[in-house]
Design a protein around this ligand. Sequence first.
Ligand code: ADP
Length: 891
Amino acid sequence: MAATPLMQQYYEIKKQNPGCILFFRMGDFFELFEDDAVIASKILGLTLTSRNNGASGATPLCGFPHHAADRYVPKMVAAGYRIAICEQVEDPKLAKGIVKRDIVEIISAGTAMDETNLNAKEANYLCAYIPATVETAAGSNARQNLGPAGESGSCCAAFAFADVTTGYLAACLSSEQSFECEFSRRMPKEIVVPEGCNIPAGIMDLIKAENVLVTELPTFLFGEEQAREVLFSHFKVEALDGLGLDGRTSETAVTGALLQYLMDQKKSELSHFTSLEILNLDDYMTLDPSTLRNLELVRPLNADDYSSTLCSVLDFTVTAMGGRTLKDWVSHPLISVEKIRSREEAVAELVQNPVALDELKDSLTSILDMERLMGRVGSGRANARDLAGMGRSLSQASKVADVLEGLRAPVFEGLRETLLRAKGRGEELLQNFNEDLPLTIREGGMIRPGANAELDAMNADIKERREWIASLEVRERERLGIPSLKVGYNRVFGYYIEITKAQMAKATQPIPEEYIRKQTTVNGERYITPEMKECESIISNAEVNIHALEYKFFCELRERVNSWRAELQEIADAIARVDSLYSFARAARKYNYVCPEVFDGTGIEIRGGFHPVIVAVNPDLDFIPNDVSLSPDGTRLMLITGPNMAGKSTYLRQTGLIVLMAQIGCFVPAESARIGVVDRIFTRVGASDRLSRGLSTFMVEMIETANILRNATPHSLVLLDEIGRGTSTFDGLSIAWSIVETLHGEPARMALTLFATHYHELTGLVDSLEHAGNFQVAVQEKGDKLIFLHKILAGACDSSYGIHVAEMAGLPNTVVRRARKILLRLEKQQIDPSDEAAHKKIVAKPQMDLFAPPDENTQLLKDEIRRLKPEEMTPMQALQCLMDLKQAYGK
Ligand code: ADP
């Protein structure tokens, strides 16, 4: 038996959209069939039923009311699926045979536009990538940021980023490594690549770790000619130089393919994509994925703890646009001193002017997400509420311009000029709309009287009739003597008069002759009259026309807003910048940050620095501020020793964060700071999540260290925590030793370095290096307790106090005692870093006799007795202690 015509239509559409879950509209429902139904029923918790489709008997089926799609689509998208929305595209009443259906939109992670399901303060990036070689860019000026891979013929990446919710589009050609950095900064939800493309391993790691959707597209879409056509027709240009793509064949190819993919998915022209940014990654400090992760700039190490990120501390933004820009700034620190200072200057002015800060907050508060509103306008989704919202936001934007008028920083001057263009635009829009606006755009109720003469005339024509109906109730109540008679309306009969049985009994007049009974309800009767019908039909005919005219007028308004798009996007961008500067100033005031002195040169001088996140999250913590002093001629490398828990990692991280904050133009958590701009912050701290690639912790540690040693420059800041921890002591020590020597001595690698280690044996090495210094985190030993003072002091720590910390953590006494014995034995064979012979001896004799000779026992016994506090013991504890000692040393 052949499939029913409906199922034939379904199969046809399904075939044209491979890889999609098809939401198939049938009347008021979306239905899913076969495998789609099985998958969706599990994810959405829908009941799976079956339906006889005529061909292969029973087909799995599930469905839901169409209005629930808003809830169900995001759930499917979050689960990694691509959803094709198939609508009925003709009026079923007018259809001959099967209703015509078509795909109106395809929704996937990187192409979702419905704001209710997106984080307002996070861009929703979609990325496209193709591998490229430097030859591709030959003859062009596109050789930026190709790094060490920039030699002819080596591997590069051409990539583009788009955010369909706002119309952001950017393209770049860079080294693979820079692509990896940019990918992790923006963390797209989806990546588009040509079929069979080899995605670089680093990107694959990020894709797996963050569940990024990978979409393969036919290779021809990435052809240069094809892409060029797409860009020409979208941007309505005749040459690529207008877009900055002249001579950039790879970027052209990847951007064209990305735009085409988006237009195919959205079935729309996406006119809100008005411009293309050519990214120059050389403008920003390089932050690789592990540094981004380790410093917890935007995303926390523990997935749910956003409060541990720098962004959460600095984010006082009032608008969604400001929130997104702030994230972008935090992950893209600048390296131009001039640009940093210009932001800094603006922040400084606001910090000094709390009145302006309050005024800015007030004026920013009611500004909606204009960028995403433009996205709705550009993709033809905006309703009257959106346009009125845009109108109100524009009016507010000009109020922000008024606040900026009183400020002097040059940045504000430029922003104010842009915002002034909003003046008048808001009112121009708002005068067209009613106060209370409907969600739908085809049922009238949108346009304010006075906005459109033709509409006014049409409304005037039926005004009398409407009034007649409106007053009908009062008239009939009087006429029939039924004070509670009602005139109602429903879609089936239109207007009717309702008289209940109780009212009927009390009526002073009989039911008039012209009353035609239309419906009997439980309580009474509903009537219509010929006069009512006539009036109603005149009104409803006129209303059809009024609604059509309102719709037409609304579309014209929407088109007008769309034609302002480039200007509106600039205004939105200016609002986002003002908001981010406002946010920096608020944070500076709240946490007592200072304005750093940023200079073009090398050196970091921080007095009284503190960790911005720890202090913000634990306001009651007595945080001990610390200094940093690094310079090319003084100490270039600080070797920091101290027990676990003393605060080494905190010190390293806070230094990285302070430098980064200085370079995003923000004030910094310190008493004072002089920061020579760094080209890159490297971190090798803590555990990593690259285990997904089957790499051991130690391997990951070494890969990251290798990356540092290959790429660090004298302008970099390197933060290394516990290098070599993942392997045996002597391996680890040797590796750490050699890294210190390289970072200190190799001219091309002499980065400013903070090197925290528990190998206190390294302190001897540092003594002999001219530009390295020993530092320790102060601790105080009180009996068998350690007090962490968290203060960084000059000098070396003579012990790693590991056993103390273990004891404080509650390791059993017997284990601690045994560990002390072993340690003493090991320390007997001390390593003198300057004595190569001794070093070799130890390495050659790793298996040591751990049975202590008698004099060692005496030493240990002495130590234990020294730590005893008999004055604090009960008699029973004293006795127990004596027995312990006898058992340990009495044999
Ligand atoms: P380490 O790296 O030496 O093992 P951490 O940096 O992880 O130590 O710090 C251990 C604990 O000490 C953390 O809980 C941290 O909050 C606290 N701490 C670190 N530095 C300071 C400081 N300067 N003042 C107060 N507490 C600190």
